[in-house]
Every structure is written in structure tokens, then in C-alpha cells.
Design a protein around this ligand. Structure first.
Ligand SMILES: O=C(O)C(=O)C[C@]1(C(=O)O)C=C[C@@H](O)C=C1
Length: 270
């Protein structure tokens, strides 16, 4: 079983992959987009990518590429994220701090308060930052402690994220829809072209009227014009459940495009 993810070794995505399938053969990609597309492209059987963080919010690139792929979401993994400051040198040597933008965003206040004069640079992943920091004593990386071990860095400080409760949710993509389990979620992408009063209200009413619990709503620009959006909606239930089937067919009349992104078992609650 080949499982695609963001690399190199030592990313939080790797921790999530091990939680999902400890024995899978991991295929590391340099960027998130390739990791999202790898199942569609026949390179991997499954892939796992971060989709939202409890502090920094959505991973925009994943939402955008989701609209273009055929592989359904077959699972979700929720990972507690503890950010570490790591370097070859000591705290007083640090002149440059590197990490993935999501990780830097999770530690914004810590960096400003403790390293107001440091140069902050982004990398493709937290592990990429760790790999880079191997080369320079004055560079510190932010990422997970596993990547410090992997790249021979010292963990100078653990748990530097601004909010101690920091979780990242990952989507798993696979080749075919997951069968209903009785404890599922369904993710939908909806494009409401008509900019008219109450359009979204009416739309969401189809869930409310059927007592379908919505667990998340997110918007992304349509990229066609300012003020037009795709909505990403997660609800409880499986797309094969009768009540959700009814809601989806009612919704199709109310929007321009509706894509069922997948139904999958809910992750364990934390
Ligand atoms: O760079 C990594 O380690 C990743 O797996 C990516 C990622 C993300 O983009 O959200 C995953 C979890 C953390 O929130 C920070 C970074």
C-alpha cells in the first residue's frame, strides 16, 4: 500500500500517516499539491494531506486542488501539533527562523516576543526547515521533535505554539468511496453563482430542516471575480444515507455546482 504525503521525512504529515496506517509504504512529495494529486495520477493508493488547523485555519491549496481531483476523501485524521524550536546551535546563536507558513502562523506571538530581530523565512514543510537548519548554526527550524532526531538538531524549546490546544485535521484520499459505517461525515463543495438575498440561508436550511448537523463551513474565492465563492461544507452522515441523499438532491436545484468530495468515518474525538 503506497501512501503519499508531504515530505521530506519528519513532517507532521508523516505523524498523521503513521496514525492512519502504521505499516503503509510512504511516498514523500516536495509540495502539497503533488501529495493531493498522487492518487488521481495513479502514483499512490492513498494520500494524506492537512486541510485545517485549529489556530491557522484552512490550508487553501488543498481546498483548491480538491475541486480538480476525482479521488474521494475516505478518511480524516486529527493530530495534536506541538511545535518545537530546534537548531544545531544554541538559543543565542539564532539569527534566522525557518518553517512552513502554517507552523510559523501557529507560533507568531512566540517568535515576535522571543526573537524580534530574527529573519523569518518560509519553507515547503517543517521537515524541509529541519533539513535546512542542519547546515547553519545560526538557523533554527520550527517543527516536530521527530524531525530534530532525524536531522541531528537539538530541541531548544518544546510546545512553542501560541495556543496550547493546537490540532491539525488531515484528509485521506483513496480510490473509491468508503462504505457507510453509521458514524460518518460527508464533505461537499458548493458553488452558488447567484448573488441574491438569502441564497446561502436557504441552502443551509435544507440541512437544518432535516436535522443534519453541519460541522464546518469554509469559503474559497472562485477565482473568477471578487465576491464569488466556493463553499466547503462538512455534515454528519454518509452520502448514501436516505436523508442526506434527499438533502443533496434538493441542494442541487439551489446551486450552480455541487460536488460530493467524499464520505468517511469520523476521526476519534480528542
Ligand atoms: O510541514 C509539515 O510538517 C506538514 O505536515 C504541513 C503542516 C500544515 O500545512 O498544516 C501540517 C501540520 C502543521 O499544522 C504544520 C504544517
Amino acid at each position: 500500500m503506497k501512501l503519499g504525503l508531504l515530505g521530506p521525512e519528519g513532517t507532521f504529515s508523516e505523524m498523521a500517516a503513521k496514525k492512519w496506517k502504521p505499516d503503509a509504504g510512504l511516498i514523500f512529495f516536495d509540495d502539497m499539491e503533488s501529495a493531493v494529486r498522487c492518487v488521481d495520477e495513479g502514483i499512490c493508493d492513498e494520500s494524506i494531506v492537512p486541510v485545517e488547523n485549529s489556530v491557522e485555519g484552512a490550508v487553501g491549496i488543498v481546498l483548491d486542488v480538491l475541486l480538480e481531483i476525482k479521488s474521494p476523501i475516505i478518511g480524516e485524521v486529527i493530530l495534536p501539533v506541538k511545535q518545537c524550536l530546534m537548531s544545531k546551535g544554541g538559543i543565542s546563536d539564532i539569527k534566522v527562523i525557518v518553517s512552513h507558513p502554517q507552523a510559523l502562523g501557529q507560533c507568531r506571538r512566540y517568535i515576535r516576543e522571543h526573537f524580534p530581530n530574527a529573519e523569518v523565512r518560509t519553507t515547503g514543510s517543517t521537515a524541509h526547515a529541519g533539513k535546512l537548519a542542519q547546515e547553519f548554526t545560526e538557523m533554527a527550524a520550527i517543527g516536530c521533535s521527530e524531525s530534530a532526531n532525524r536531522y541531528g538538531l537539538k530541541v531548544l524549546k518544546e510546545g512553542i505554539q501560541d495556543y496550547q490546544s493546537n490540532y491539525t485535521r488531515f484528509f485521506v484520499f483513496g480510490k473509491k468511496m468508503h462504505a457507510p459505517t453509521g458514524n460518518d461525515k460527508t464533505s461537499l463543495a458548493v458553488y452558488l453563482e447567484k448573488d441574491m438575498p438569502g441564497a446561502l440561508y436557504e441552502f443551509l436550511g435544507e440541512f437544518a430542516n432535516r436535522s443534519i448537523n453541519m460541522t464546518r463551513i469554509e469559503s474559497r474565492p472562485s477565482k473568477k471575480m471578487l465576491g464569488e465563492y466556493w463553499f466547503f461544507i462538512d455534515v454528519e452522515g454518509h452520502a448514501e444515507d436516505l436523508v442526506l441523499q434527499e438533502a443533496i438532491s434538493a441542494l442541487k436545484d439551489k446551486c450552480t455546482t455541487l460536488k460530493v468530495l467524499g464520505s468517511y468515518p469520523k476521526a476519534e474525538t480528542l
